[in-house]
Write a protein of this length. Structure first.
Length: 162
């Protein structure tokens, strides 16, 4: 093999390696875990319902996947209850009015965007929330800290929403 052939082969090998490396980084899925504690309806709508949809669309436009997990605790339990009127949140008029719309939008995220919703079981018990009153797509985890640790250990980026 002459010197020109060796240089050409080395160049082609380097080029193919660089292209395969670029393709593999584009295929890597992005992951985010949202630490949801807010009880403010407008904040929830803006930073969860709207933001997740926008972020998913952004990555889909780049032919990439965004995996989203939401850990529910603090004041955010009320957004994931089927029947607000029979809960301790029954006096929150704005929440009662928005409940049907919220349920549709949250269900859409779970079903169409495969958003994983994880709820702190300790808080459920402390707030005396019946597990039967929680949306069926919400998974109870031992506690919020365990849920956050597990997701971050799986490579999820952490974003607080309080």
């Amino acid at each position: 093999m002459n010197k020109f052939t060796k240089i050409l082969l080395l160049f082609l090998f380097s080029l193919s390696f660089a292209l395969s490396d670029t393709n593999s980084t584009q295929e890597v899925s992005k992951k985010v875990v949202i630490d949801l504690t807010t009880g403010e309806l407008k904040n929830f709508e803006k930073k969860i319902l709207s933001a997740i949809a926008r972020n998913k669309a952004y990555y889909e436009g780049k032919l990439q996947e965004l995996q989203v997990a939401v850990v529910i605790h603090g004041d955010s339990y009320k957004f994931f209850l089927k029947d607000i009127a029979s809960s301790s949140y029954k006096d929150q008029v704005n929440l009662l009015k928005a409940n049907q719309d919220l349920q549709k939008r949250i269900s859409f995220l779970a079903e169409n965007y495969e958003v994983e919703f994880l709820m702190c079981a300790v808080g459920v018990k402390n707030k005396e929330i019946s597990p039967n009153n929680i949306y069926p797509f919400v998974t109870l985890v031992a506690n919020s800290t365990i849920g956050l640790i597990d997701k971050q250990s799986e490579g999820y980026a952490y974003i607080p929403v309080d």
